[in-house]
Design a binder for this molecule. Structure first.
Ligand SMILES: [Zn+2]
Length: 303
């Protein structure tokens, strides 16, 4: 979750382009190569960038935060969605911020094109949680579905956290309810919306892992193929430069800070054991992690 005050950066997004070509019409097009894990193909789709201020960190002395952020008072982090092709299905995890006049974001469709995928190719969209930087790309500017053939599946617990009746949502978040209802109604009225329980297997090789804490139903998605694992972390963490080394450090906008820390520690432990490739919504690169002291060090994974 990000407050409006954080969305002040107009930094141009930097996209990892591994190859480019001149099309017959003379137009230069970028092409993003996927990471291959077993039979999986994985693309990082960077929708935009946002600055996260060091003051958001909880449980870390300001001087340590500054040092770990390379002497800066904020970390500029990407906002990533992930595209996975597995078993003949094309799955999108989260959808970025979408077009927003306050920030340079909403580049998801360009990134999809660079991956060689059309919006109509998406079979399934899964959402880690309902913060606006994860659901903002679900609709087009005209209010219709951005992914007309996709089924949208969300964690039932996340749906209940935000839209349960009677509401148990903290007062400060209740103003978002009408907008969320309207957004999901677009998919619902076309029979393209569904919920699932914690731990559900959504496709062969795709299961949902309950990772509540950041929000009431925050969910991590684990893809697997031939013994290789990819975990789309959503907002299990925000600051790659801090929270791998210090998983007990939280951020002030976690709905339940203690629960968020517990699940982060548990999933990091399992990820180190399974050598899962970790794909964070706000991490600049794909990594694996290894235990180091009381935390973890990262090993970059490149396509
Ligand atoms: Zn986020």
């Amino acid at each position: 979750m990000l407050t409006r005050s954080l969305l002040i950066s107009l930094l141009m997004p930097v996209v990892a382009m591994t190859q480019s070509a001149i099309e017959p019409g003379g137009v230069k097009t970028a092409h993003i190569e996927p990471l291959r894990l077993g039979q999986m193909q994985v693309w990082t789709l960077k929708d935009g960038e946002i600055p996260l201020e060091a003051s958001l960190l909880k449980g870390l002395a300001p001087a340590d935060a500054r040092r770990m952020l390379g002497g800066k008072d904020a970390a500029v982090t990407p906002v990533n969605a992930y595209l996975v092709r597995l078993g003949g299905k094309t799955v999108l995890v989260d959808t970025g911020i979408g077009k927003n006049p306050e920030v340079d974001a909403g580049h998801l469709m360009e990134r999809l094109a660079e991956a060689g995928v059309a919006p109509t190719d998406i079979d399934l969209i899964v959402i880690t949680h309902y913060h606006f930087d994860h659901i903002g790309g679900l609709l087009k500017a005209d209010g219709s579905r951005a992914f007309p053939k996709a089924k949208l599946l969300v964690p039932r617990r996340e749906q209940a956290f935000w839209l349960g009746e009677p509401t148990t949502l903290p007062e400060r978040l209740r103003e978002r309810i009408p907008k969320l209802k309207a957004l999901f109604a677009v998919y619902e009225k076309e029979g393209a919306f569904g919920t699932f329980e914690d731990g559900a297997e959504l496709l062969p090789g795709l299961r949902a892992i309950a990772a509540h804490g950041h929000t009431g139903g925050h969910t991590v998605y684990a893809f697997s193929s031939e013994g290789r694992e990819l975990w789309c972390l959503g907002d299990l963490m925000h600051f790659g430069a801090v929270q791998f080394e210090r998983p007990e450090v939280g951020v002030s906008f976690d709905a339940d800070g203690e629960q968020a820390i517990r699940i982060r520690q548990e999933l990091f432990r399992k990820a180190a054991q399974s050598k899962a490739v970790l794909a964070g919504a706000h991490l600049p690169r794909l990594v694996r992690i290894e235990a180091k002291g009381s935390g973890y060090s990262t090993v970059p994974v490149v396509p």
